[in-house]
Design a binder for this molecule. Structure first.
Ligand SMILES: *Cc1c(COP(=O)(O)O)cnc(C)c1O
Length: 544
């Protein structure tokens, strides 16, 4: 064989391989895809028959020591085999016994949206990369903005990777407002501060660090016993910062704290930050609201509490009235974080950052010269002009529009009222036990946090004494150890088929006399959870 013949043969083989790759990996073979999807669905259904904590165990050692990549082109079943043990080893959180956190089953309307999105794989950075998917983002953001601010003229926003990043956008706008030109020139010898409550999510500290302000420039303000920011304490904090000549870039209010569902009063905060800025002749801070969890209260904006069409029980109806009132205060926010992948039962990532007035985003705008390959970008509609990210997934818009229109406003009301009802019921059942104490009975929402002490103790008395300072720090710690010990005991003797999975927080967001209160925690978020699950929790506590 001559060299040229050899080269021809190799070329022919390569062409054949290329053809095969085109055929297998870049041509839609509907039958095969449906077959694989069916297999995954069967596996998931099988898993749903098991108690929630019976997954196969992890093998991190090999994950690092022995990563592997096939050498030769294979097929789609190789793709399945590569991920299958990890798929089986991952909890879909479908079980009604999962109450640990705001982590739950995604809904199937969202799945339809998400699959549609994955099939086209649009990139939301500019309209030219994603066409109607960018339009869908505008629609999804506007729908959410109308739901949240209720009356808004000019909202705009984007979907982000998560609540942390949405909060980052809020903080960033504030920084630019109080130090104009910071994007180009940096802090210019200013030392800007941010303010949150003691019940705020840790992501706000991350934000202060990543914005270059420094985590120590994020100041916390005390909460009251409903885990809401104390307005008197906020006033004192602003006095201190302004007297010291520091600019306050943002106040990030919490609307639905992660553990206890504490809700800050957005109207009062708005009034105060404007008064204080005026008093000290300082720029008004951005009022960003972290409603990653609590935004769902907005579904009750238009609930007719007088005629009560869903026939909610009086307690739940009272919660819904509170929810309506609180949701009404969101219109005083400049910007907001919502996590549709939490209480919207959407797929990750479906977090949105939304501003009440689109002009607020102008301070983040880049010049078209800075983004040469998007020279056609339009100021009216292309997020690439201000987003932190370049490529952005479209899961958020697809998940939101599919789920909101599948489940509907009334559907969401029913789901959230169901969670509230179970949280109420849990608190009520716990209040019948002297050695237990609900810590968030003044919060509206779907969460319960409480103490379980050994039988014979009066938990209510103990907390009162902590509030009045009649218990030493040492004694308090001993009670906290008991709360943890009871929790560990239940975990150790838990009946997997009967007993719900709860979680434990070392600090639920209220600090009487500066004491961080630990607590047992349950989030009533899974639509399958019912009264029976709560009754069984009570039984498991009584059996300790
Ligand atoms: C979960 C949560 C966040 C962070 O959101 P991610 O989407 O997990 O990044 C921020 N704030 C609150 C109140 C949260 O509950």
């Amino acid at each position: 064989m001559t060299l040229t013949v050899m080269a021809d043969i190799i070329q022919a083989m390569n062409r054949e391989q290329l053809d095969k790759i085109r055929q297998v990996f870049f041509t839609c073979n509907r039958k095969e895809l449906m077959g694989l999807l069916n297999e995954l669905l069967y596996t998931m259904e099988a898993e749903e028959l098991l108690p929630p904590d019976h997954l196969i165990s992890r093998n991190y050692d090999t994950a690092q020591a022995n990563p592997e990549i096939h050498t030769l082109p294979g097929n789609l079943r190789d793709a399945r085999d590569a991920i299958f043990p990890y798929f089986w080893g991952t909890d879909g959180w479908f079980s009604k016994l999962h109450l640990e956190n705001v982590k739950g089953p995604a809904n199937y309307a969202s799945l339809v949206g998400a699959i549609a999105c994955l099939l086209k794989n649009p990139n939301l950075c500019v309209d030219t990369y994603s066409q109607r998917s960018n339009e869908l983002e505008v629609k999804a953001i506007t729908s959410l903005a109308n739901l949240i601010f209720y009356h808004t003229q000019q909202p705009w926003g984007v979907f982000t990777m998560g609540g942390t990043i949405s909060n980052l956008y809020g903080g960033r706008v504030g920084l630019e407002k109080v130090i104009p030109g910071a994007m180009q020139k940096g802090m210019q010898s200013e030392r800007p501060a941010g303010v949150v409550s003691e019940a705020a999510h840790y992501s706000n500290r991350t934000v202060a660090g990543w914005l270059g302000m420094g985590t120590e420039q994020l100041y916390t303000v005390a909460t009251d016993n409903s885990c809401a920011m104390r307005i008197d304490a906020l006033a004192r904090r602003l006095d201190e910062l302004y007297s010291d000549g520091q600019k306050v870039a943002f106040v990030i209010a919490t609307f639905g704290s992660t553990d206890a569902f504490g809700v800050d009063d957005i109207g009062d905060i708005r009034q105060l930050i404007e008064d204080k800025a005026r008093q000290y002749d300082m720029p008004i801070p951005q009022l960003h609201v972290d409603a990653a969890v609590g935004w769902v209260l907005c579904f009750f904006h238009e609930y007719d509490t007088r005629n009560n069409p869903l026939e909610l029980e009086p307690d739940v109806l009272a919660d819904v009235e509170q929810a309506k009132r609180k949701a009404g205060t969101l219109r005083y926010a400049d910007s907001i974080t919502i996590d549709f992948h939490k209480m919207g039962w959407g797929h990750y990532p479906s977090s949105a950052f939304i501003v009440n007035r689109r002009d607020d985003l102008q301070c983040l705008f880049r010049d078209v010269e800075q983004i040469p390959y998007f020279s056609e970008a339009q100021y009216r509609r292309d997020p690439a002009l201000f987003t932190l990210e370049c490529s952005r997934p479209a899961i958020g818009p697809y998940s939101v529009m599919a789920a909101l229109n599948g489940i509907g406003l009334v559907g969401y009301q029913i789901l959230i009222a169901h969670g509230m009802e179970l949280a109420r019921y849990t608190r009520q059942r716990l209040s019948e036990l002297d050695y237990c104490k609900v810590l968030n009975d003044r919060c509206t929402g779907t969460h319960a946090v409480w103490w379980v002490l050994p039988k014979g103790r009066n938990a209510g008395d103990i907390i009162k004494k902590m509030e009045s300072g009649d218990i030493s720090a040492g004694d308090a710690q001993r009670y906290f150890t008991e709360v943890k010990h009871q929790f560990d005991k239940r975990t150790a003797v838990r009946k997997p088929e009967r007993d719900a999975l709860l979680s434990y927080t070392t600090s639920m967001g209220y600090y009487p006399r500066g004491l961080a209160l630990p607590a047992w925690k349950a989030v009533f978020f899974n639509p399958h959870t019912d009264h029976r699950v709560v009754d069984d929790i009570i039984t498991s506590i009584e059996e300790l």
